[in-house]
Design a binder for this molecule. Sequence first.
Ligand SMILES: Cc1cc2nc3c(=O)[nH]c(=O)nc-3n(C[C@H](O)[C@H](O)[C@H](O)COP(=O)(O)OP(=O)(O)OC[C@H]3O[C@@H](n4cnc5c(N)ncnc54)[C@H](O)[C@@H]3O)c2cc1C
Length: 577
Amino acid sequence: MFVMETTFPGPSIYKVGWATLPRMAFFQEAPGLGNQFDEDALLGEYLGRALPAPVFAAVRDELRHLGELAGGKLYRMQQDDRLNEPVLTQWDAWGNRVDVIEVSPLWREAAVLAAQHGLVATAYEKQHGEFARVVQFALNYVVDASLDVYSCPLAMTDGAARTLLDSGNRALIEHAVPRLTSRDPARMWTSGQWMTERTGGSDVGLSETIARKVEGSEQFRLFGTKWFTSATTSPMALTLGRPEGNGPGGRGLALFYLEVRDAEGRMNNLAINRLKDKLGTRKVPTAELELQGTLATPVLGLGDGVRNITPMLNVTRTWNAIGAIAGMRRALALSRDYARRRVQFGHKLSEQPLHVDTLAGMAAEAEGAFVITFRAVELIGRSEAGVASDLERALLRMLTPIVKLTTGKQAVVVASEALEAFGGAGYVEDTGLPRILRDAQVLPIWEGTTNVLSLDTLRALAREGSLEAFEREVERSLAIAADGEGLGACVQTVRAAMGRAREWLGEASGETMTVEAGARRFAMTLGRSLELALLAAHAAQTKSVRAAAAARRLARHGVDLVGAPVDRGDAALLARG
Ligand SMILES: Cc1cc2nc3c(=O)[nH]c(=O)nc-3n(C[C@H](O)[C@H](O)[C@H](O)COP(=O)(O)OP(=O)(O)OC[C@H]3O[C@@H](n4cnc5c(N)ncnc54)[C@H](O)[C@@H]3O)c2cc1C
């Protein structure tokens, strides 16, 4: 028998062995997850309200099944698979350049699951009509946090299908869309989205990739470097290149379709220089690529590439918001469970008022983020089904950047708070918890940073009727909320913040510097105001005590971030010395 002597804090020396473990020794139970559909009260309430009863009934079992996987088998795989990362093999034993990337076992499982459960396909099938997007994103929301950011290739796949369909390019639609939207794991393709170059991911108009026409063909050869390409294992990609002779900026770029390998499996004149060593999303094989004459087909004309790839970005930004709310939900589910298991000062954390207050703050953020995200999802579904009004389309244009930027920031705050809720364990890698924060941190960066999307919100605003559409959505929600019990303060808080936002716009207008500098505070105010209005309306409609408490909490916290117009002294804060 193994026996050793060891010193524990305190005066005694214990004899420790398998048969004589000290009676005093304490081991903390790890947090656990249950069925991630059944345990999500907000999701159930929301789907009961937003979906017609037959649609909800038709998808409930699948949601429950995915919820079981997410809280069970997939979560366990994710924990076991923690250290497994993508591996790039550039050369084979005989000196051939092969550039093969091996992904983790969980990612391979996710690829099969995504096809079989239609995590992309559901949006393109006619079955659920205008509710297809709500169903699709509900499926993804339930399972996303257990798939190690496999949502990244799925988002781009969805975006590529949407972009090709919108382009009207029949040949490419017939060739690629059935693959992108397939439910057969052997047939389904994912897609990359190769935009960012060393010159900039925000200002992609600076892109240096050259597109050279192949004589006697419709095709082009691309030469350049793509600096951030996730989903590098995807068989196809949409990318941007500048046809020779075109002018500068985004208008001079064209949108191209390409396949990564030829029929024999050889690389299409492109090389993977390396995989990035990143803070988070470590299972995502984000690569730097060299295009060395890559054959590519124009998707839609030979210019306006940035504008033509916009449908892809609108889709991927919505996926980003789904990733944000799924991450918050996971952070909360684990923190809540742990609070019921962890005892300090003689009581469970779940019984200690300040800890409860802390978790409630996280929950309120998550609930606000959820309702605004799914409101955008509803509008996408209605728009794609051809039943959205002009007002709804104008609202969607405003909502897309606002939802992405607001929820991205919330996800980081909630994940950070969740780690603290575990104390030291939240900082220890093999609890699996630090990953949650690292993966959240990418959400405000990719698919457009917070600042870039704040400026995009201003561009959306410049369109006739956009602000009115937004204000009417807020008022529509407040009218519902006003009928709810104990929600008066929520209504007043939103009205005051929206009034202040309008006032700021009036004060700042005409002064580009002032408008730009305040754009983030303005966009966040709109985002948080609508979150509160929608959540209060949800509480009133469903009579949910929990949602009402969350709404009141957001109201107490305040949603007005506009503040005063810019202080011209701010530049001094950045001066050297
Ligand atoms: C893990 C990961 C995976 C990625 N995968 C992909 C991918 O698959 N495909 C792809 O194309 N890209 C991808 N990206 C790239 C990503 O989209 C860009 O990093 C992002 O758009 C920002 O671009 P940048 O890095 O060039 O930063 P910059 O554009 O240089 O921005 C730097 C800072 O300046 C701010 N800024 C920029 N312009 C303005 C302005 N006018 N006013 C105020 N502030 C401004 C930004 O907000 C940011 O804070 C990925 C990035 C990461 C981290």
